[in-house]
Ligand binder design. Structure first.
Ligand SMILES: *Cc1c(COP(=O)(O)O)cnc(C)c1O
Length: 389
C-alpha cells in the first residue's frame, strides 16, 4: 500500500516535501491510525495545528452543520461567524480589529502591508523597513520568505523583497545597529519554532520595547506557532508586559481547517480601507465555525492551566531521561548532540508508534494537541527513552 503511494506521488506531485513513509487514515484524540491500522501517539499535531486533537466531537458537529448550510459566499457579503471569531480574538487580546486570511504566510504578508500603509498614510512613506531576526521563520511567500532571516530558505529565490533588514536574535547590540531612519517595525516570534524552539530572552524583549517606543516603531509579533494556547496563554505575548501593534495567527486557530488572522490595534487596522487588501477564501464559513470552536475550548475555564501543567510535566519527563528541554507550555524542544540525528530519532520513533517533529539544525520538537494528558506524555517519554538507549 505505502510503496504504491510513494510511486504514485512521485509521478503526480511536485517533489517539494521529504515525507515519512506513512499515510494516516483516521485519528481519535491524540492518536492517529495509518492505512495498515497501526496506531501512533501524536506529539506533533500536524505541526502545532491540531489544537483539539482528532475527531473532536464539537469540531465535527460545527463543521457538519455548517457544510449542510453554506461553505463559501465571498467577502462581498456579511459573514456572521467572522464577527463572532473576531469578537473572541479582540476580547481576549490587546488588539482591536481582525482581518482573516488562510495561512501563516498570508497573515504575515498582510502584516507587512499594514506596516507600510500605516507609515504611508502618516505621510512617512520613507519609513518602510521591517527588522526581523536570524533563526526566525515567517513563511514561504516572497514577502514572508524575505522576513525569514535564514539563508537556506532563500537559495535560488532571489531577488527578495526590498525593505527587510536582519538583526541577530537575542542580541540587543545587533538590533540597535540595524535600526535606521527608515525603520518602521520590528517583527519576531516569542519562541522561534522552525528555527529550533528558541525562546526570546526577556531582556532582549525589553530592548525591543524600548527602541520601539523611542523610535516610534510598530511591534509585530508572529504568533502563528506560539498562539492559540500553545504556550499556556492564548498568545505568547501575554506572558510578558508588552502590547504588540500587530499579532499574526494561523496554525492552531482552525484546529486543522486552514485559517489565518491578523489582529491589530485600531490606529493600524484602519489604514486597510476597502480595496487595499483582501482574500477570496479569507474568513470562509468552514474556517470560521472551526476557529470559533477552537477558541471557545481553549478559552474555557481550566484549559490553559492544564496546558501549563502538562508542559511542565513533559519537560520533567524529558529531563528524567537525560535531555535538556527548552520552550514553554506545549511547545518544547530538545537539542540533540551532533552524534545523534534528530531526523533519525523522529524516523525511529515513528516505527515505534510515536510522532515527534524536528526543527532548527538538530532539535526534536514536541507540539502535541493541547488536549494531551499525562499518561500520553508518559507513553511518549518511555518510547523516547528506549530509542535513546
Ligand atoms: C508555520 C509558520 C508560518 C507559516 O505558516 P503557513 O501557514 O505555513 O504559511 C509563519 N510563521 C511561523 C512562526 C510559523 O511557525
Amino acid at each position: 500500500m505505502i510503496n504504491n503511494l510513494i510511486q504514485e506521488e512521485k509521478k503526480y506531485l511536485i517533489g517539494n516535501y521529504a515525507r515519512f513513509p506513512v499515510a494516516f487514515e483516521r485519528g481519535e484524540g491524540v492518536y492517529l491510525y495509518d492505512t495498515e491500522g497501526k496506531k501512533y501517539l501524536d506529539m506533533l499535531a500536524g505541526i502545532a495545528v491540531n489544537t483539539l486533537g482528532y475527531s473532536h466531537p464539537k469540531l465535527i458537529k460545527a463543521l457538519e452543520e455548517q457544510i449542510k448550510k453554506l461553505i463559501h459566499v465571498s467577502n462581498l457579503f456579511y459573514i456572521p461567524p467572522q464577527i463572532e471569531v473576531a469578537k473572541l480574538l479582540v476580547e481576549n487580546t490587546c488588539g482591536d480589529k481582525v482581518f482573516f486570511c488562510n495561512s501563516g504566510a498570508e497573515a504575515n504578508e498582510a502584516a507587512i502591508k499594514l506596516v507600510r500603509k500605516y507609515f504611508y498614510d502618516k505621510g512617512r512613506p520613507d519609513k518602510y523597513e521591517i527588522i526581523t531576526f536570524t533563526g526566525g521563520f515567517h513563511g514561504r511567500t516572497i514577502g514572508s520568505l524575505t522576513a525569514t532571516a535564514q539563508p537556506k530558505y532563500h537559495e535560488g529565490f532571489k531577488p527578495l523583497l526590498q525593505g527587510i533588514r536582519y538583526a541577530e536574535f537575542n542580541n540587543p547590540e545587533s538590533l540597535k545597529e540595524t535600526i535606521t531612519d527608515k525603520t518602521a517595525a520590528i517583527m519576531f516570534e516569542f519562541i522561534q519554532g522552525e528555527g529550533g524552539i528558541n525562546p526570546i530572552d526577556p531582556q532582549f524583549l525589553e530592548t525591543i520595547k524600548q527602541i520601539a517606543k523611542e523610535k516610534e516603531l510598530l511591534i509585530v509579533v508572529d504568533e502563528v506557532q506560539t498562539g492559540i494556547g500553545r504556550t499556556g496563554k492564548l498568545f505568547a505575548y501575554q506572558h510578558y508586559d508588552i502590547e504588540p501593534d500587530i499579532i499574526t495567527s494561523a496554525k492552531g486557530l482552525g484546529g486543522g481547517v486552514p485559517v489565518g488572522a491578523v489582529i491589530a490595534k485600531d490606529e493600524v487596522a484602519r489604514v486597510l480601507t476597502p480595496g487595499t487588501h483582501g482574500s477570496t477564501f479569507g474568513g470562509n464559513y468552514l474556517a470560521m465555525v472551526a476557529a470559533k470552536v477552537v477558541l471557545e475550548e481553549v478559552l474555557a475555564e481550566g484549559f490553559l492551566t492544564k496546558v501549563v501543567e502538562n508542559g511542565i510535566y513533559l519537560k520533567e519527563g524529558l529531563r528524567r531521561i537525560g535531555l535538556k528541554p527548552k520552550g514553554y507550555g506545549l511547545m518544547v524542544g530538545v537539542d540533540l548532540p551532533e552524534s545523534i540525528s534528530a531526523k533519525e530519532i523522529a524516523k525511529k520513533a515513528l516505527e515505534k508508534g510515536l510522532i515527534v517533529g524536528t526543527a532548527g539544525t538538530n532539535t526534536l520538537r514536541f507540539v502535541p494537541p493541547l488536549i494531551v494528558e499525562k499518561n500520553h506524555i508518559d507513553e511518549a517519554i518511555n518510547i523516547l527513552e528506549g530509542l535513546l538507549k
